[in-house]
Design a protein around this ligand. Structure first.
Ligand code: NAD
Length: 479
């Protein structure tokens, strides 16, 4: 068992209360680490250290800041296997998926380093004589990065890299389910010699230290990825000081499968989407609408692939294709949705229960539900598990209506070989992302941002990076 310390002002320290919490491996139910439970006092110390350090950091030349990012990227690559194992152990995804998450994080670091000399303001013409107007881009200051457990390493870097390159300092709060990889990241920060206080990691339950983070007047922005419920709470707390928020929240991604689609491709992508990270991905397929003419053929193909999924501890056996859910509470929640759907008329084609052969861990079988109806919870609430509810439709118009009938609007997907259908859906779907004929997976230079209750603001690419900047207009009058 590893005993971690939190990272405040460049040092690994205990919390001021001396209390700790346990981190559990969801594949084995074993305690794998103990981590300090921070207090409001610790948060205040981290924010103050960050505030002081950021004043220097923002004055560094952009290339100097970029050099630190490049060094961190190199260290992440060098330690990819080790960091991947930390992610698998605390989060559960099979090792190859975790290593790929870590490597993607390094790419994100490098991508943002390359922005160093490209963050530009504007000069606009003045309507007054002898006056110049400069629109300048400046860092926000201290940015709190609140991170979920599902992709704990990549989402952390997704926030930290753009924040740092734009001249901000960060206080990271990882999920209390997965703090280990954030504290391993802090070791890299220390190794590459980042100025003290620029990156801090505080740990603990969100309900206990969230308020101290979100209501601290020195925090200029909170960038959050997590559930809609917590997002709303954070927005409320940030309203105290009119603190800027960027919220990446839950989703309920529809997949529309047309009768002209390549059904092998559709089945492969949708099963891949639903089983990668055990379906605990914000943009994975959460509900399928398949044209009634091809529903049976499509479902047969889905079933064939679902049967090939192997479940287990992805650290002990990296060949398993699906790991556990994050905890037993998640299994109970997912199973509750399935049971309710069955009571209301859905048919379980495969799965629908925890696997009997695994005696430990929070596993759930890959599940396909047929005969679902739009009003069922399983078609409206985020499942966040390997459960695929399927409904049929007759016309594209109907499919679009069903896909848009949802409070979320994060991502969506479409399988068709017809260009007009592709454009019609692209122009009508109410979601921040549409994947046509492919499984989800955001580009680091794209923009990942939800519509409706899926969020405000977004991550990735130029637009995501610009969230970490504020604008100052300088009017210069001369004689
Ligand atoms: P969560 O909302 O429970 O927790 C996210 C983070 O918020 C954790 O660090 C948690 O400790 C913290 N937190 C909890 N209560 C808080 C409070 N009162 N104040 C401040 N912080 C608090 O979410 P989760 O269960 O960790 O993650 C799963 C959710 O994240 C899903 O809904 C998923 O769709 C969403 N998600 C969204 C995206 C996206 O890009 N849109 C990406 C990944 C995950």
């Amino acid at each position: 068992m590893v005993r971690y310390k939190v990272f405040i002002d460049g040092e690994f320290v205990e919390s001021s209360s001396g209390n700790c919490f346990d981190v559990i491996n969801p594949a084995t139910d074993e305690v794998i680490s103990r981590v300090p439970q921070c207090t409001a006092e610790d948060v205040a110390r981290a924010v103050e250290a960050c505030r002081r350090a950021q004043k220097q950091w923002r004055r560094f030349s952009p290339s100097k800041r970029a050099d630190y990012l490049k060094k961190m990227a190199a260290k992440i690559v060098e330690n990819a296997e080790k960091l991947g194992a930390v992610v698998t152990q605390e989060q559960g995804k099979p090792l190859p998926q975790a290593v790929s998450e870590v490597k993607k994080a390094a790419e994100r670091m490098e991508y943002h380093a390359e922005w160093a000399l490209r963050i530009e303001g504007e000069i606009v013409p003045s309507d007054n004589e002898k006056e110049n107007i400069f629109i300048c881009k400046e860092p926000m200051g201290v940015v709190a990065c609140i991170v979920p457990w599902n992709s704990p390493f990549s989402i952390l870097v997704r926030k930290v890299a753009p924040a740092l390159i734009t001249g901000n300092g960060v206080v990271i709060k990882p999920s209390s389910e997965t703090p280990n990889c954030a504290l391993e990241f802090a070791k890299i920060v220390q190794e590459v010699g980042l100025p003290k206080g620029i990156v801090n990691v505080v740990c603990g339950k969100g309900a206990e230290i969230g308020k101290a983070i979100c209501t601290n007047p020195a925090v200029s922005m909170v960038t959050f990825t997590g559930s809609g419920e917590t997002g709303a709470r954070i927005m409320e707390m940030c309203s105290h000081n009119i603190t800027k928020v960027s919220l990446e929240l839950g989703g309920k991604a529809p997949a529309i499968v047309m009768d002209d689609a390549d059904l092998d491709l559709a089945a492969r992508c949708i099963v891949g989407s639903k089983t990668i990270n055990a379906g605990q991905v914000c943009n994975c397929v959460e509900r399928v609408y398949v044209h009634e003419k091809v529903a049976e053929e499509f479902t047969d193909k889905v079933m064939e692939l679902m049967k090939k999924i192997t479940i287990g501890d992805g650290l002990a056996d990296p060949k398993v294709t699906m790991g556990p859910l994050i905890n037993h509470g998640a299994v109970k929640f997912v199973d509750g949705l399935v049971k309710k759907a069955v009571e209301e008329g859905a048919e379980v084609l495969i799965g629908g229960k925890a696997p009997e052969h695994l005696k430990r861990g929070s596993f759930y079988e890959p599940t396909v539900l047929m005969n679902c109806r739009q009003d069922m919870d399983v078609m409206q609430r985020e499942i966040f598990g390997p459960v695929l509810p399927i409904m049929t439709f007759k016309t594209l118009e109907e499919a679009l209506e069903l896909a848009n009938d949802c409070e979320y609007g994060l991502t969506s997907s479409l399988y068709t070989n017809d260009l007009s259908t592709a454009f019609e859906v692209a122009n009508s779907i109410e979601a921040g992302e549409l994947y046509i004929n492919r499984q989800q997976g955001e580009a680091i230079n794209g923009y990942h941002a939800g519509w409706k209750k899926s969020g405000i603001g977004g991550d990735d690419g130029r637009h995501g990076m610009e969230e970490f900047l504020q604008t100052k207009v300088v009017y210069l009058k001369y004689r």
